[in-house]
Design a protein around this ligand. Sequence first.
Ligand code: ZN
Length: 374
Amino acid sequence: MTEQFFEQQLKLWPLAADNYKAVRAARSKSFSLNRDLNIGLKYLPQRKRSATADTSRTGIAARPCFLCAPQLPAEQISLNLVFENEQITTCTKARENGYRLLVNPYPAFDRHFTIAAVDHREQSLSGELPAMLALTEFMPSYLLFFNAPGAGASAPDHLHFQAVPRGCLPVERDFASWHDVYSRVLFTSGQTEVFCLENFLRSAWLLKSRDPKELCALLQELLGILASSLPNTQTETSTAVNNIPQTIHRGNIGSTEKFHTDVNKNPEATAVQQKPPVNLLSWYEKGLWTCVLFARSKHRPACYFERGEQQIIVSPASVEMGGLIVLIRPEDFDKINPGLISRIYAEVSLPEQAYNDISEAWKNLNQHSNPRTL
Ligand SMILES: [Zn+2]
């Protein structure tokens, strides 16, 4: 169905068709870092709009929302989706609280969809995890991802996911080869296994589950811990994480209830509800959901803001954290090397100590869970 829709859209939209032609001819290369961890590079000048988007509050306030219906290009058609009874289904007309599957006219891959909420609502995973996992099941040939504000979302004011073909991003494509080498079981909860990733260049957790409700609850739990560890003021380009919660009491898992932290350590944590800057990747196969959640310390690395030789225009989001670095200038594509890649990843990822503390806090919440075989 998505394939037919894609072909139909390209026939109606020469600009999109040209950009998909260009993406197939894009220059690419790859490096092997650490122990056989493949990181790809792709030179895609047509991604400039996304890589250099002004995502500051003032920038967002100054422009009309490009994912709201009045601003969608005249050529754009949509496949209308609705999330009901824990499933995604298609519908003839766009529905309130539904989603529009849209062909991204500035693709990074030979199929690239944006799945935007019909109504203008904030880019937040809160309350949207069940729909995201259902979308993942609805599109099993695709990898779905979500970029939080501060972690690469170019429309941080309008809820949207993206979908690209499976096999495009190393983190999913090479999963079988890196899984045993880099992941360590953190805990098991019901039908969900949670792993820490070690020496993975980026701070991330891996979750594998056959129970989407349980998976949602665990992801929500992790997002709660991450949110409670955020400082009270969030700058527009940088969100350092500190004040790791010392005591966290388990709330009603599965609800949107927030976690309470030790108020003496982090007095504003429960008063200010912030969204942690994360990238969430998800794919589905034969009843098994696999999610990788990357925790970020900032959106863009220092080299983005440099001038001259030192500058590299790179805006890490899910694609980059997933192991494919998109570059919009040929000189950056030629210049970037494994050392620079490691540095960029380290710079935009949650620092190791904070990652370990959050892992420990999360594990402590789940230490009485009973393991079951997946
Ligand atoms: Zn909007």
